[in-house]
Design a binder for this molecule. Structure first.
Ligand SMILES: [Zn+2]
Length: 265
């Protein structure tokens, strides 16, 4: 059952109350079976997300259990498509090793998260990390995603090459194609990892244009990591490149130089 935070429809509420009641009776019936209790992740609400209490008039009212937000955050993480391995890439686990370029990149990333709520719907609401493989750009992009998800913002992770391949497999099925594309156009925040990696066809360009143009027109933020420089992005396709650069203005972070190879050192 899904619902918006703070909005509970009456029919949903009564369904919840019935469910709480059912579980309470089930629990009472299993009092002599302590194993039963450990089946619930949250013993307080028995995984309903609600607890009941009496108000001052003696009426039973339902309130959110404190496990609810944690559960929502976990669910957002699951939906984001970010693997458990990538979930370890946080700001805390990013070490700058005394390198000024890395320190500056990290600072910009942290600041992006800090100001996200104020800038989400602005023209310049996005951030891009460019640089060679292993420079730490994916790590910082992920760290931004993790922070946003933990503060309640839904993020979708798009592994560029795989995602474009999957979209192309559905070219002949309009419904499946739209559904696949829609995942990336409609995401509140979209993280595109390794943008424009590999050989490109006209179809790849069209797909990326559709996604980027939609997000550009609707001021929807993107987080980008790419090995391409901004000049290369413009050369590859001016329409896409120029939109991206505009969306990421003041937040284009270039990580270049051998000493930055994060994986080797
Ligand atoms: Zn609970």
């Amino acid at each position: 059952m899904r619902m918006k935070a703070g909005v509970i429809r009456m029919d949903e509420m009564s369904a919840f109350l019935r469910e709480i009641d059912r579980r309470r009776r089930e629990y009472a019936g299993s009092a002599d079976n302590p194993e039963k209790e450990t089946e619930y992740e949250c013993r307080q609400c028995r995984d309903t997300g609600f607890i009941t209490r009496m108000d001052e008039n003696g009426c039973e009212i339902a309130c959110r259990c404190k496990c609810y937000e944690i559960r929502r955050s976990k669910e957002r993480m699951r939906r984001s498509g970010i693997s458990v391995e990538f979930q370890k890439k946080t700001f805390d686990s990013f070490t700058t090793k005394g390198n000024a370029q890395l320190a500056n990149a990290k600072e910009k990333a942290v600041r992006y998260v800090e100001y996200f709520a104020n800038k989400e719907h602005d023209r310049h609401n996005s951030i891009m990390f460019t640089g060679q493989a292993g420079s730490g750009k994916t790590h910082l992009g992920m760290a931004i995603c993790m922070s946003l998800i933990n503060s309640g913002v839904a993020v979708i992770y798009m592994a560029y090459r795989d995602a474009v391949t999957r979209i192309k497999q559905n070219l002949l099925d309009e419904v499946a194609y739209d559904r696949e594309l829609n995942k990336y156009t409609s995401a509140r925040v979209l993280y595109i990892d390794d943008l424009l990696k590999g050989r490109l066809t006209d179809t790849d360009v069209n797909i990326m244009y559709e996604i980027m143009n939609y997000r550009y027109m609707n001021n929807m933020p993107v987080i980008i990591s790419t090995e391409k420089t901004t000049d290369e992005l413009l050369m590859f396709d001016e329409a896409i490149g120029s939109r991206l650069i505009e969306m990421c203005r003041r937040n284009i972070i270039q990580l270049h130089g051998k000493e930055l190879n994060y994986r080797l050192s």
